[in-house]
Design a protein around this ligand. Structure first.
Ligand SMILES: Cc1cc2nc3c(=O)[nH]c(=O)nc-3n(C[C@H](O)[C@H](O)[C@H](O)COP(=O)(O)OP(=O)(O)OC[C@H]3O[C@@H](n4cnc5c(N)ncnc54)[C@H](O)[C@@H]3O)c2cc1C
Length: 386
């Protein structure tokens, strides 16, 4: 029987995790990984805390593409795009060749949403979603004094905190009323708002960016209330959208992400999806831990031991060292109330449901991580999808 070939698209955490789990289980499997990136392995979450560390992009690489290919004994095709999938013939077409597969794993990630802004410099808005983006971002902010951030969500707050380490004033614009408005209750958001403001962040809530024009040097950013803000650079952090184009064009089921079942299998039995591009029965899970958990189960399934992906209860951590936040929002539909345990330094809220048990929490301040660990032990582990 011919050696089975698994083709993986993407060299982010999803792509490399599934490759690693497959290789752990099978020395002989033919694995080909195709990626639009250079293929180096690095920790993407560090990119929003990288300025504080004062390390250039190259120093975030933990393994070069050559080292990854050698360690995982796979064929790596870097800086090569998969342009289409021929589902019937189990073949992908790349920018350089055709590749036949027995099973295909899409680990295509997500791409930053771009704000709809006018102005002659609208195309200069930066995003940071990979190492190449980070290299550009670092060049631009080198020597900058004021950087405007679009979005006060998780990533926007992390970058705002990080820029303070380079003595840059972050100016954050968001249509919502406070930071993390869609993730945490107002008490936690306000505690973070105050802490970052004390550190030097300037907030513009209830406003949007309308246009960006070149001001030589820098940019003039016009907000929807007519205010003009002069800055050296603009970074957008308004969220990520799963990359689904390939899957959609191939006729796979796509909703917000590539729709997969509890095994990570798409609507076609030979094609799987993992990471930020995948949508499970209970939704997207665009974080590190779910990817690591999914990779283990998916590798077993791909090697003929069907294993469901069972995600543990996972809080969201916001890496804002001035005022760290850890939150586990209660699932939609759970009835209960937020009870405050806050003291002067920490804003701690615990969500008690009407059955008398804990269904969530929203913690900020220095002791939030320790309190989160204790609360997680009390929460009965409900698989996100069993
Ligand atoms: C700034 C930032 C901070 C974060 N912080 C945290 C954190 O603190 N904790 C946490 O849990 N999560 C965090 N995350 C999320 C976490 O990093 C992601 O969930 C994870 O890295 C996604 O990995 P992925 O492999 O799914 O996608 P990606 O890393 O985006 O990889 C996608 C890959 O697919 C390739 N690709 C796409 N389309 C094609 C194609 N057609 N052909 C070839 N290749 C293609 C791309 O080139 C890339 O290599 C953060 C994310 C960001 C952006």
């Amino acid at each position: 029987m011919k050696n089975r070939r698994i083709v993986i698209v993407g060299s982010g955490l999803g792509g490399y995790s599934i490759a690693q789990e497959l290789r752990k289980r099978d020395d002989n499997l033919n694995i080909v990984l195709v990626t639009g990136e250079a293929g180096a392995s690095y920790s993407k979450p560090m990119l929003s805390n990288a300025i504080a560390q004062q390390r250039p992009a190259a120093q975030w690489i933990t393994s070069s593409s050559e080292a990854m290919a050698a360690r995982l004994n796979l064929t790596l095709k870097s800086r090569e795009q998969v342009v289409s999938i021929d589902v019937a013939n189990r073949r992908v077409e790349t920018s350089a060749a055709h590749l036949d597969y027995d099973a295909l794993v899409l680990a295509t990630g997500a791409e930053p949403a771009r704000p709809p802004v006018a102005g002659d410099a609208a195309q200069d808005v930066l995003v940071v979603n990979d190492l190449d983006d980070y290299t550009r971002f670092r060049e631009v902010v080198e020597g900058a004094q004021r950087v405007l951030l679009i979005g006060a969500g998780l990533i926007g707050c992390e970058f705002a905190n990080d820029l303070l380490h380079a003595n840059i004033t972050p100016i954050v614009v968001d249509p919502g009323p406070r930071p993390l408005a869609s993730l945490v209750p107002s008490e936690t958001g306000l505690a973070l708002q105050r802490a970052l403001e004390a550190g030097g962040v300037q907030w513009h809530f209830g406003k949007t960016v309308q246009s960006i024009t070149a001001a030589n040097p820098g940019y003039a950013v016009t907000l929807d209330n007519g205010e003009i803000v002069k800055v050296d650079a603009v970074l957008s952090a308004i969220g990520l959208r799963p990359r689904t184009q390939l899957a959609r064009a191939a006729g796979l089921r796509v909703n917000r992400g590539i729709v997969v079942d509890n095994y990570g299998c798409s609507s076609h039995p030979d094609i799987y999806a993992i990471g930020d591009c995948a949508e499970y029965p209970d939704g997207l899970h665009p974080f590190v831990r779910p990817i690591l958990v999914a990779a283990k189960a998916m590798a077993a399934t791909l090697l003929d031991t069907p294993t469901p992906i069972v995600l543990p209860t996972l809080p969201v951590t916001v890496k804002t060292p001035l005022h760290p936040v850890v939150a586990l929002p209660p699932e939609a539909g759970i009835v209960g109330a937020w009870i405050s345990e806050s003291d002067g330094e920490n804003s701690h809220l615990v969500f008690w449901n009407n059955e008398g048990s804990i269904s969530g929490f929203s913690l900020s301040g220095t002791s939030s991580s320790a309190r989160a660990q204790a609360l997680l032990k009390q929460i009965s582990v409900q698989p996100a999808h069993a």
